[in-house]
Design a protein around this ligand. Structure first.
Ligand code: 15L
Length: 265
């Protein structure tokens, strides 16, 4: 019996917690890793839990042993001082890729973000796949760096690396911007399944959103990899339509483009 083994970093985080039940499958073992403690496996749940930092190369090498793919969600998820972003996000992504390479893991899925390209103006029509980097924060810079590292590890070592420029992955959209940027948890799982199953994807960068009526980002590359989104934030439009932030219609990154986010100390 072959068991597929997936390593999920940042498994105790917001997206990791949403994905844990959704990625469970017969014939699959989830190895969940986080620096924070993880809830213990439930009865019959095929998971292992590991507490370690994504910046610890030895721990990551051990975590990668026997793994078929890594889903790298681990890192700081909003703006922070440069030193923290550099260590946890940039050095963390390097460490995960290097550990995967040394352990012979063939595929890494990287949770990038819309904030890698957040300072692109929002009034240019549908944002294309592979939009040139234009980070809106140090956090966004770390996502650009993660994409660049993924590109290097593909070209230099032939790893398959798929970077997901995730919009807003929450249980439900929380404001008007998320009517465009929402990635429903069920669709996030669909996107992950698609990029895990895609034959020989090489290096790819895809937008991660649901089939939102108000979407302004391309899903062409994600669909080409097999993603079939089934959720639409539009059902929340009446309730959220008024909750428009000052930067929502100026830049793709919305509130992350506010000058108030400048270098938090
Ligand atoms: C992100 O990258 C953040 O991790 C998340 O907290 C949300 O703010 C999201 O982007 C977003 O743009 O809504």
């Amino acid at each position: 019996v072959t068991t597929q083994q997936l390593l999920i970093t940042g498994a105790a985080g917001r997206v990791g917690t949403l994905m844990r039940p959704r990625l469970a499958r017969p014939g699959r073992l989830l190895r969940l890793l986080d620096i924070a403690p993880l809830p213990a496996p439930g009865a019959g749940e095929a998971v292992e839990t590991l507490q370690a930092s994504v910046t610890d190369l030895d721990a990551m090498r051990e975590a990668c042993a026997g793994v078929d793919a890594v889903i790298h969600l681990g890192g700081l998820s909003t703006e922070r001082p440069w030193e923290q972003i550099l260590d946890t996000n940039i050095n963390g992504s390097y460490t995960v890729l290097e550990a995967a390479r040394r352990a012979g893991v063939p595929r890494v899925v990287f949770a990038s973000s819309n904030h890698a390209v957040g300072f692109h103006p929002a009034d240019q029509g549908e944002a294309a796949d592979y939009l040139f980097p234009r980070p809106d924060t140090f956090y966004g810079v770390s996502k650009v760096a993660g994409e660049a590292l993924g590109s290097l590890y593909h070209d230099r070592y032939s790893l398959d690396v798929i970077c997901l420029r995730i919009g807003s992955c929450f249980e439900r959209p929380l404001n008007a911007r998320m009517l465009a940027t929402w990635l429903a948890p069920d669709d996030c799982a669909r996107l992950l399944e698609a990029v895990l199953a895609a034959p020989e994807p090489g290096f790819k960068v895809v937008w991660g959103i649901s089939a939102n009526t108000r979407a302004w980002w391309s899903l062409a590359q994600a669909r080409a990899l097999g993603y079939r989104p089934q959720c639409d934030a539009e059902q929340f439009a009446t309730e959220l339509g008024d909750m428009v932030g000052e930067f929502d219609h100026r830049y793709l990154g919305g509130p992350f483009c506010s000058p108030e986010l400048d270098a938090p100390k």
